[in-house]
Write a protein that binds this ligand. Sequence first.
Ligand code: GLY
Length: 574
Amino acid sequence: MRGLILPNNLAIMPSLIMVLVLLFTPQATCSQMATEVCSDGGMIVSAYPLASKVGAQVLEMGGNAVDAAVAVGFALAVVYPQAGNIGGGGFSIIRTASGADYFVDFREKAPLAASRDMYLGGSGKVIEGASTIGIEAVGVPGTVAGLYLEHERFGSIPWLQLLRPSIDLARNGFEVSAELAASLNSLERYSERFPGLKKFYMVGGKHIEEGDTLRQPRLARTLELIAAEGKSAFYQGRVAGMIADEMKMGGGLITREDLASYRAVFRKPVEGSYRGYKILSAPPPSSGGTILLEILKILEGYDLTSCGPLSLQSVHLMVEAERRAFRDRAEYLGDPDFVENPVSRLISKEYADSLRRTITGNATPSSTLQGSFNIQVKEHLQTTHYSIIDCMGNAVATTTTLNSSYGSKVLVERGGFLLNNEMDDFSIKPGAPNIYGLVGNEANSIAPGKRMLSSMSPTIVLDGGKIFMILGTPGGSTIITTVAQIIVDVIDFRMSVSDAVSMPRFHHQWLPDEIFYEKNAFTEKEMEELKTMGYELSERSSIGDVQVIQVVDSIRCGVSDPRGMGEAASQWCR
Ligand code: GLY
């Protein structure tokens, strides 16, 4: 079945030379199929339609992809508060039209008063929940510094103008969708512990419903301060004071000194190749790019095309590659300002060859690869990604996070924004799992001023030096395997991006030793066969929320994952 769909979100007419296509493929079994928006103009794909629209407006004003990325980042903090943020952190990959690549690291940091065993009780046992909820779970936020740095270096439109749409959305409000209303109301269960939260998710003393207007005057004021004074409002000025006061009242660790000393930094993206395509992705302190490239290097030695997507053989090979790469994640990776990361060895062909030799026809028990921990994936996760390309060909892939949905649930009341719970991404005790079930060791232990290891993987794929894909997703540890699966689906299985995004997903992360899979990924018979090969299987409701742009022959096709609420928006090139 094939349909023609006109995007209804476009405030700005795209230069449609191509049409917008919705395709069904026989192998795709996701309950909803992804819509592809194609044009030869600028393209923005984000997790919330209003944010994509803000990005398209900035491009229309003559802004470049970085201007749009800055505006989208702030807009998501207003309209997608479960993950969009000014109280969290993230990463961007920027590729300029002239072919220069940059990675912007605005990951949160441990406060200066943090210490290695701060989440362990007297007996050395992990204090349940201390790193995941409440004021002690908060890392020093990096988002405002990161967006500011991007703008300082690449922006072409005044900073103030880029914040204007977000200020308006916060002050005048916007109509809440059914999904956002449900998400905001889920905060109810935290309201006894954090009574201030009610101000955030209730309108006029009642629960928010679909169609209600959500106004956030305090957040609007905070954004006005940031618009007028730049990042110093957040790190030294009035907003810094609000955060420090909140910390003092709640017994948190972050001080004015932590905020004043926070810096976003440029790093070199991690670079590798997969079947002739060049991949640029996130270096440490994200594990994302390194583990993505390690997985792909192992897979490069197999003819996946002849196995077919979601076939027993391709799932087996991908899972075994993932298992080995995630073992290395736990072992070796951490903040490069504190520990040496053996990135070039992990993504080398020689290392991939040696790992491939250990893959047999059956599952390799994770316990035989190295130490074993009995762990569970406990909670759901929130991060968000946006992909942008402008008319000149500048591209940005940004992934940003509060960690869990609504982060630590700590609201900076006077500022109207939530703070992250990113401290849980540290290895709080060697071998103790975080909320994603990920384990780690000394490389990712807590130290004052250190960045916690991430899985975020904003990624740009190049074909012959030209941009081929810009992509990323939320999903904690599943970010890496979701990005890998999309790349394999497009490159090995020659799927369109909409088909690739619609495919059911699966994931393995060494520990726990299980394949997590979405409903319909496998038939009953395939599951029986996988079990016979030695696999344990565990169904997950949904994995990821991919926002991707593919460029073929100068046509940009944007796809927002049907698992989420996002949308692609395009803009006319003059
Ligand atoms: N907080 C999720 C991540 O950074 O991987």
